[in-house]
Ligand binder design. Structure first.
Ligand code: NAP
Length: 443
């Protein structure tokens, strides 16, 4: 028996968020076609750290809406007839007509999360929840080439052996250097969980750092939920800036934009990211900006200012108090320092992709990096590796430097999943030809 014959899975996906869920759907739909005589079945298994499916649960703020059209769901862009699209979910819930009457492209995050859970539930047998993957261990063939990978869990057990691994581990909360999470200092990703256990407010004040969509949503939520508390929004820019969601700029998220970006020289890539960063980063939905401004103005009229915008400012120090936090806030133009005592300090300071190097371990030296130390990634999201690494390692996320702004976003998840599956199938067919085995279609 060759090593390949003992490989138990074509694909093991690490992480089961929307990206790998979209892949699971693409694989199942492929297998349904395979059962009717298409190319051979693909066996895919997924490992997920969380005990159950969840996507940014800590930010499922009541009333917050998606920033992306519901048509950019897990499947529709790849196959509008898929039964895993948002519209199929609505029909099953008996809300299709009501949703249509609603005349919106942007459902609430709570509803969209329910859709994701609905889809994930249909793959329960393919996901090992509560499983943290610690490492990928190479499996070598007779000539010393790495022909498969053992996916090793934190408890030392093996999730499985696979010829392809798809890393879809999502984004990690980013905190400013030197800031550590504590009982009263959080990243916004934990907002709702932390609020549940926050003791009674002693200072009646929150400080929120950042001027992106998360920061604005957190400020709005705290201001609404705690009607006696002051909310101080601290950020470096002069005011919240609107997300550019206009039609031409939005084309930067099109599937074809990935081709354009991928083929562009490095300096063009950099300028595209700079030109269109304001479709996604450090920007806020214009309706929310207007709502926050309306509140600031109304409070000025009423003579009690509870939503305070501390712009052109930064946090210069944090002291723990017995019943709260003292935050030193520097006003950048005057140089004045303002000490503010609050019940909780929330950093809405963005996210960064998980570094695949943490998992690659012994495989890392076989994976190529560019001149700036970033992974080299082929158009099909497969890491560029030394020839001796013959199995596929694919990235879902962490490819902004090669594939552009949509690399970790939902906008392109359905298409990306289809492209990765296509690549897995092509490599398998090439391998079978090389080994003189019957082509897939004949099996
Ligand atoms: P973000 O857009 O990256 O914004 C991060 C903010 O933190 C920026 O204002 C940034 O300021 C600031 N910041 C970063 N590092 C800092 C530091 N060391 N000190 C002080 N400030 C710092 O992050 P986000 O708001 O979390 O949004 C991330 C993504 O999630 C976006 O795609 C957004 O649309 C999405 N999102 C969606 C929803 C929704 O669907 N309803 C809700 C929330 C977020 P600078 O600009 O000065 O760097």
């Amino acid at each position: 028996m060759s090593t390949f014959d003992s490989v138990s899975h074509d694909v093991i996906g690490i992480g089961f968020g929307p990206s790998n869920l979209a892949l699971a759907i693409a694989v199942r739909e492929h297998n349904e076609r395979a059962a009717q005589g298409g190319p051979g079945r693909v066996d895919a298994l997924f490992a997920e750290r969380q005990a159950r499916f969840g996507w940014h649960r800590g930010m499922l703020i009541e009333g917050a809406t998606m920033q992306v059209s519901f048509l950019k769901d897990l499947a529709t862009m790849r196959d509008p007839t898929s039964e895993y699209g948002f519209l199929s979910y609505l029909r099953e819930q008996g809300r299709l007509v009501d949703f249509i009457n609603h005349k919106t492209m942007f459902p609430t995050r709570v509803e969209f999360h329910d859709y994701l859970e609905w889809a994930a539930a249909r793959f329960a047998d393919r996901v090992r929840y509560g499983t943290t993957v610690r490492a990928l261990r190479p499996v070598t063939g007779e000539n010393g080439d790495v022909v498969a990978v053992d996916v090793v869990a934190a408890d030392g057990g093996t999730v499985g052996r696979a010829r392809n691994v798809v890393l879809g581990m999502g984004l990690r909360p980013r905190l400013p250097a030197g800031v550590h999470v504590s009982e009263r200092v959080w990243h916004n990703s934990d907002l709702l969980t932390r609020l549940k256990t926050l003791p009674e407010l002693r200072h009646q004040r929150f400080v929120v750092v950042g001027a992106g969509q998360s920061a604005a949503e957190v400020a709005e939520h705290l201001h609404t939920t705690y009607p006696h508390a002051e909310v101080c929004a601290v950020f470096g820019r002069y005011g919240y800036s609107p997300a550019d969601d206009s039609a031409f700029a939005n084309r930067i998220f099109d599937p074809s934009a990935v081709d354009d970006f991928y083929d562009a020289p490095e300096h063009v890539k950099r300028s595209l990211l700079a030109y269109h960063g304001n479709t996604n980063y450090s920007v806020v939905d214009i309706d929310l900006i207007d709502e926050l401004y309306r509140r600031v103005y109304q409070e000025k009229v009423a003579g009690r200012e509870r939503l305070r915008i501390l712009n052109t400012a930064r946090v210069a120090g944090i002291d723990r108090l017995r019943d709260g936090v003292r935050v030193q806030i520097d006003h950048l133009s005057s140089g004045d320092r303002l000490p503010v005592e609050c019940d909780a300090l929330i950093f809405a300071t963005g996210y960064e992709p998980a570094d695949p190097a943490d998992l690659l371990g012994e495989l890392a030296p076989l994976c190529e990096r560019d001149g700036r130390g970033r992974p080299r990634v082929a158009r099909d999201y497969r890491l560029v590796t030394a020839p001796a690494l013959r199995c596929g390692i694919y990235l879902q996320g962490g490819t902004e430097h090669t594939h552009g702004l949509s690399s970790s976003l939902l906008s392109n998840a359905a298409i990306r999943a289809g492209e990765i599956l296509h690549s897995v199938l092509e490599h398998r067919a090439a391998h079978d030809l090389h080994d003189g085995r019957a082509p897939l279609a004949a099996r």
